[in-house]
Design a protein around this ligand. Structure first.
Ligand code: WT7
Length: 617
């Protein structure tokens, strides 16, 4: 019944180039240019080529249906079937997931057959609780195999998963569950990270109409059954919240089949995968990378995906390298902030290990600085492995830019658009000009449909020769250690403190985290010397309680007022310029209370460093 090879393609030259040589599609600029040109000229043939990697219940006849504005419009398939069941038939004993825990030697290996059982059991529990197609299911779990299996179980029965990063607070969890109308929440009691026991149970809201399913103490049905819910192109896979430039986090909704096509095609080509690759992506499933490239893409292609629930520096700063040696990892994908933090440790932590199994390296989440790139290239890749600096977003589902060549790479330059995607830089902003299957479907709770005529990324970019270099966000989104947070979210949390009248948060560069949050705070009363530490602690606690421990402002400047326009709007750009030491801000003229500017400038010269202040009694 599953006739993937019945898709016969017309343009055989194209087919040969793409299908045969995906492992070296990025070998040199010429190959890239040639394939790119064809992919734009013949989008249908291009995407149908990769649609062949999907096992279909009903094979689609067209990649993109212009009239319906739909991808894979008449295709029917299921994501879980493609990531689990078909491999459980073909390679049942092959490890699907290898998990490493917080302590050395803590290890589990889950074969494709075992993963299928795990998925079936979780799916059966959901079914028994009355979960149906299109119900939203929260997942609040650490990086354990059951977490990935929970995502797959949702997909199996057509439910929509909503993963909430285990580092988010009760308030953040509650907001996501309520605004997305979640029916159930899959969770576990606690986990260990960095030598500490972290409780998830304490963050579970008790006052919500959500069925709490704690996988620690649920009894798994024997001979679990859960039929596959076959899906068409309009069916959805997940919602993932991310920070926008204003107000509350937004829920990004991705549809099942087009997303699967985009993520698995980009993975195949950009990492040049081979069937025996052992792949290790360090991203948590709480972020989009953990969805697309820790879980879905590697399992879809039947590879072994290595996951790690510990801290890279506990008990020592060698955990990634230890795991790479032990599992003979061939593709390693991590974030610049992790590289920078590991780069600070003694080289002996790297040199101890045999990293010769590595073939390709990846970087994602923020621009990679030259020194981190060089360290990664020389010490981890041993000058042999290309570094795929991949630029993309929660909204794009999968990788958009990568240095699609393995020689003559330029540090810090993501490079070229993936095949089939037309990018441009308009007024300094990176935009996408055509339809591609990865783009999100809608933003919830409003169910605002993606306007995919011209997608504006919010990132500032420039051309360097024919390569695209990303400079950073143009809006009020801060990227702290690869965690995307909105300045507005910080401000909401800070303003909840009684003594705070108003606040404005801006990003400043940070050597380790990439960026960090700098808060200007106006109090309701003059600050007295001895209550400063107290207020700082209240502010830090409020961000921790409302967002999570990943979201603490590092610097606070208590100021008498904020710069405002005639209509009372805070002039954020000016605050950003002042905090970043940019004296000649273009926004000086719009400020009505300009007497404040010199005071602001003085205050940023000696702000309060919160980590120090919070240590004080
Ligand atoms: C923002 C998206 C993409 C998955 C992880 C983050 C920044 C991401 C890069 C890169 C420069 C990058 C952008 C983007 N970003 N990758 N290789 N070079 N900047 O996903 O949480 O949706 O954040 O991360 O600013 O807009 P996200």
């Amino acid at each position: 019944m599953f006739v993937s090879d019945s898709i016969l393609l017309q343009r055989d030259k194209f087919l040969i180039l793409m299908n045969f040589e995906h492992e070296i599609a990025w070998e040199n600029d010429q190959v890239y240019e040639e394939v790119y040109r064809k992919s734009i000229e013949f989008p249908n043939e291009f995407w149908m080529q990769y649609a062949q990697d999907i096992t279909w219940k009903r094979v689609p006849t067209l990649a993109y249906d212009k009239k319906k504005n739909e991808w894979l419009s008449d295709g029917i398939s299921n994501v879980c079937y493609n990531c689990v069941d078909r491999h459980a038939i073909e390679t049942p004993r092959k490890p699907a997931i290898i998990w490493h825990g917080d302590e050395y030697g803590e290890r589990r290996e889950i074969s494709y057959a075992e993963l299928q059982q795990m998925v079936l059991q979780i799916a059966a529990i959901l079914k028994n609780r009355g979960i149906k197609k299109n119900d939203v299911i929260g997942i609040y779990m650490p990086m354990i195999p059951e977490a990935l299996a929970s995502m797959l179980a949702c997909s199996r029965i057509g439910a929509i998963h909503l993963v909430v990063f285990a580092g988010f607070s009760q308030e953040a969890l509650k907001y996501r569950l309520t605004t997305s109308n979640a029916r159930a929440l899959l969770t576990v009691t606690s986990f260990r990270r960095g030598g500490k026991e972290i409780s998830l149970a304490k963050n579970i809201p008790s006052d919500l109409d959500v069925d709490i399913i704690n996988l620690d103490n649920v009894s798994f049905p024997k001979n679990a059954k859960a039929e596959i819910e076959w899906q068409n192109s309009d069916d959805d896979l997940f919602i993932l919240y991310t920070s926008g430039s204003s107000g509350k986090p937004k829920g990004v909704l991705h549809s099942a089949l087009p997303y699967m096509l985009y993520v698995t095609a980009t993975f195949k080509v950009i990492f040049g995968i081979k069937s025996d690759d052992v792949y290790f992506c360090t991203s948590d499933i709480g972020w989009i990378t953990g969805h697309s490239y820790t879980t879905y893409a590697p399992l879809f292609h039947g590879l072994t995906t290595v996951i790690f629930s510990g801290s890279p520096t506990y008990p020592q700063a060698d955990r990634y390298w230890e795991i790479i040696e032990k599992e003979r990892v061939s593709i390693f994908y991590t974030a610049p902030t992790a590289i920078r933090s590991l780069q600070m440790f003694n080289k002996k932590f790297v040199k101890k290990y045999d990293l010769s199994s590595l073939r390709v390296l990846g970087s994602v989440g923020e621009p990679i600085n030259k020194s981190a790139w060089k360290w990664y290239f020389e010490n981890i890749g041993n000058k042999r492995c290309p570094i795929m600096d991949t630029w993309w977003q929660t909204e794009t589902g999968g990788i958009i830019l990568a240095p699609l060549r393995n020689l003559n790479q330029k540090p810090g330059i993501a490079g070229k658009p993936f095949f089939g995607v037309e990018t441009d830089i308009i007024n300094g902003e990176l935009v996408i000009k055509n339809k591609f299957p990865g783009l999100y479907k809608a933003i919830i709770p409003e169910f605002k449909k993606a306007d995919n005529v011209l997608y504006k990324t919010g990132d500032e970019a420039v051309y360097e020769d024919s390569d695209i270099k990303i400079k950073g966000r143009m809006d009020d989104v801060i990227n702290i250690s690869g965690h995307r947070l909105g300045t507005a979210e910080f401000e909401c949390a800070i303003n909840k403190v009684d003594e705070v009248k108003e606040s404005a948060v801006v990003a400043i560069p940070d050597e380790l985290k990439g960026q960090t949050a700098f808060a200007y705070v106006v109090l309701t009363r003059p600050l007295e010397k001895n209550d400063c530490a107290d207020i700082v602690k209240k502010i830090v606690n409020s961000t921790r309680n409302n967002i999570g421990s990943i979201a603490k402002p590092d610097y606070i400047a208590f100021v008498p007022d904020l710069p405002k326009t005639r209509s009372g709007k805070i002039v954020r750009k000016l605050l950003r310029d002042i905090a970043n030491g940019n004296e000649n801000s273009a926004d000086l003229n719009s400020v009505i209370n300009s007497e404040i500017i010199e005071i602001l400038k003085a205050s940023v010269k000696s702000p309060i460093f919160c980590p120090d202040m919070c240590k004080l009694k």
